[in-house]
Design a protein around this ligand. Structure first.
Ligand code: DQA
Length: 143
């Protein structure tokens, strides 16, 4: 099975950005973690990160017919982007939402998730492990 893992804006700054919230590990370490988890389940991983909403929409559209599952951390676009929600609905590829931090325990504006409305599950507040849980959910249900 092929899993597309999408990370949104500022997640390329992992390890540098607000380490008290997002941890000290880098985006490169996250990609390695995701690849290892996928490999351990016999799944293929494609990792994509962008700071641009339209590029994320393009990537989701390009996944149509090419990916069996999507793991997405839309980062700040979680709370604003109807375009990402609509793209996920358009392709109707099984999707799981991940957040490193527990968005429900932070500012009020982080409690709304548009992308989450098109996702089967959300894992928030588990750090890198949330990505493992999301991959395992997809492998279990669609692998
Ligand atoms: C985040 C939470 C978002 O609210 C924030 O804008 C991010 C990262 C997380 O992984 O915890 O950039 O998606």
């Amino acid at each position: 099975m092929k899993i597309l893992v999408i990370n949104g804006p500022n997640l390329n700054m992992l390890g540098i950005r607000e380490p008290g919230i997002y941890g000290r590990q880098s985006y490169t370490a996250l990609v390695q973690f995701v690849r290892d988890v996928c490999a351990s389940h016999g799944a293929e991983a494609e990792c994509f990160q962008s700071n641009h909403e339209g590029d994320i929409v393009d990537k989701i559209q390009a996944a149509y017919g090419n990916a069996d599952g999507i793991v997405i951390n839309p980062a700040a676009y979680t709370h604003t982007s109807v375009a990402i929600l609509d793209a996920l609905k358009a392709v109707s590829i099984p999707a799981v939402e991940v957040h490193l931090s527990d968005v429900n325990q932070r500012e009020e504006f982080r409690r709304i998730s548009y992308a989450g409305m098109a996702c089967e599950k959300t894992y928030a507040g588990y750090g890198f492990d949330g990505y493992r849980m999301a991959i395992e959910y997809l492998v279990e249900h669609y692998g």
